[in-house]
Design a protein around this ligand. Structure first.
Ligand code: ADP
Ligand code: MG
Length: 551
């Protein structure tokens, strides 16, 4: 049997366009070809489950990727459903090419850098980004003859008798000159690990050019047992009740290459109104000022889509590390599409709610653990409050403040405790070193203050004042004299006058009035204070580059 056909496409040649525009990232071909192989196996499994077929001859189900650098080929083999001649013509040739035509019509003029292949069913054709010639050798589960399809990137293809004797498909890519890098076993393996690490079928990568080292004399060599590069049943696909803490930790270190234990995690498992699975981990920060970007990996049915897609995941959550698998998110995320998608907003709201719920339940049920984690999660929680109003509302009563006695307290509890001395004021330390003297003065007088010394705190303080009307935050060196004043102390009026004169002369202000107050402190002779409002104003002006010298 040998047959020739013309591709049903009016355009001269779509391949240059596919090669150039389909994906900005050429390594995507790996994901497309291997995910087709997994699909073919899943389809066959389904047929078995439904009792449609009893052909289980070539078990176990697996995908083998063989790279042959010498011959310049990459072969992806599966023992899935296979294709008949009609199916090859229909699924590979016609559908793909009508998809390609749509693609051309739509994008010829306004080529978009976004990845758009998913809309057109052109996944298979991404192989032409890296291959001059692509061959298919396939045998359908329904029996019949094996089929061989061959296309050299022109507008014709060739169908002939294939060589496969067992059910399944081989896709053979003859890698082009510019894409030789993919012929390296290590490069290819790492790309497969990136895109296919959770695909649901075991995937093996084989180096065709590697020779087995011969056994030394007298040595009996154990045959090496190949291990799949992927984890076909990743932890997040299981029910939370079936997973142990040890498994969560092991999954974390393996997936994120982070050998520090995560603080805690949230297992997402949602069926309605949309499907979503995943695990979000709260990493431990190495120091309290760190605000490093985490990593949220987005998957669609165990196929990797991308890292840190800001449109799907609320931005503040990008400080976490985690996996989100949502089959309703298109494989080829086009950002402009996502931004306008109400569904994406729902996902993002759901995740935000889950995170707040987890934190609140930790506060209520494991307060000690929550307190122990607080220094690490505090920048994250505060950032979340600044970014998401709903999150801020939920979290408002569960934000902890670390006091100068190294205890943790909520704002409510704090104000209750200091209500006699502070009257709705929260004194805070923004710089542990520079304000050390004030701290010891506060301690000496049995007064309380909290640390708010992370870079995010200056924005957070304004936000907290907005959320908690009547509460004022005052830096520990601001106008605190009323709190520290010694009532009924005798004031030396002569001294007061003298000092008034002195300051008046120096500042060249003849109407300057100086008031003396006696402080409770015994260690501090005098203090230079500036009111909270003036200081904040100065700080703001500095931020905008304005001159504050005369303030
Ligand atoms: P999609 O996967 O989005 O349908 P593709 O271009 O990736 O689009 O594949 C087109 C079709 O070709 C698939 O839907 C499938 O029917 C068929 N196909 C591709 N690869 C295989 C394979 N390894 N085994 C069986 N069928 C395949
Ligand atoms: Mg596909």
């Amino acid at each position: 049997m040998s047959k020739q056909g013309n591709l049903s496409i009016h355009s001269e040649n779509i391949f240059p366009i596919i090669k150039k525009w389909l994906y900005s990232d050429h390594d995507i071909f790996v994901r497309e070809i291997i995910s087709n192989a997994c699909d073919a196996i899943l389809k066959f499994k389904k047929l078995c489950d439904m009792g449609e077929t009893t052909d289980t001859l070539n078990l176990p189900f697996e995908v083998k990727v063989t790279v042959n650098e010498k011959e310049g080929t990459i072969t992806v083999s599966d023992n899935g459903i296979g294709m008949t001649e009609e199916e090859v013509e229909k699924y590979i040739t016609q559908i793909a090419f009508s998809g390609a035509e749509d693609f051309l019509n739509k994008y010829q003029d306004k080529m978009d850098k976004d990845q758009i292949i998913g809309h057109f069913g052109l996944g298979f054709y991404s192989s032409f980004m890296v291959a001059d010639t692509v061959e298919i050798d396939t045998l359908s589960y329904t029996g019949g003859e094996a089929i061989h399809w061959n296309c050299d990137g022109g507008t014709t293809y060739e169908l002939s008798e294939g060589k496969r004797t067992t059910r399944g498909t081989d896709i053979i890519l003859h890698v082009n000159e510019e894409s030789k890098e993919f012929l390296s076993y290590y490069t290819l393996s790492s790309i497969i690990e990136k895109y296919c690490n959770f695909m649901p079928v075991p995937i093996y990568v084989i180096d065709a050019n590697k020779e087995e080292e011969p056994a030394q004399e007298g040595e009996t060599k154990e045959p090496t047992v190949p291990t799949p590069v992927n984890d076909p049943v990743p932890l997040y696909t299981k029910k939370p009740s079936e997973c142990t803490d040890e498994e969560y930790k092991a999954f974390y270190s393996k997936t994120f290459m982070d050998y520090n234990e995560p603080l805690f995690w949230i297992h997402l498992d949602m069926d309605y109104p949309f499907n979503l699975k995943g695990i979000l981990y709260f990493p431990k920060l190495h120091n309290e000022y760190e605000m490093v970007e985490g990593k949220i990996k987005l998957y669609n049915n165990q196929v990797f889509v991308a890292d840190n897609i800001k449109e799907v995941i609320p931005e503040f959550l990008l400080l976490l590390k985690g996996i989100i698998d949502c089959p309703d998110i298109p494989l080829n995320v086009s950002r402009s599409f996502l931004q306008n998608d109400g569904f994406v907003k729902k996902i993002s709201d759901y995740i935000t709610k889950k995170v707040a719920d987890k934190l609140i339940s930790l506060y209520k049920k494991e307060l000690e653990h929550y307190e122990a984690c607080w220094d690490s999660i505090s920048p994250f929680v505060k950032y979340g409050c600044l970014r998401e109003e709903k999150f801020a509302d939920k979290m408002n009563d569960y934000i902890l403040y670390k006091t100068i006695d190294d205890t943790y307290t909520t704002l409510k509890d704090y104000l209750e405790k200091v209500k006699d001395t502070n009257e709705n004021k929260v004194f805070y330390v923004s710089d542990k070193e520079k304000q050390a003297q004030y701290v010891s003065m506060f301690k000496e007088n049995g007064m309380s203050a909290v640390y708010l010394n992370h870079p995010i705190d200056s924005s957070f303080i304004s936000h907290a004042e907005m959320k908690n009307k009547d509460v004022h935050f005052m830096r520990i060196d601001s106008d605190i004299s009323s709190a520290l004043k010694q009532d009924n102390a005798a004031i030396d009026t002569a001294k007061e006058e003298k000092l008034g004169k002195l300051f008046g002369e120096i500042l060249k202000q003849d109407k300057l009035k100086v008031k003396l107050e006696s402080l409770k402190s015994t260690t501090v002779p005098s203090m230079l204070l500036i009111s909270e409002e003036s200081r904040r104003m100065q700080e703001m002006m500095k931020l905008y580059g304005m001159d504050t010298a005369n303030m």
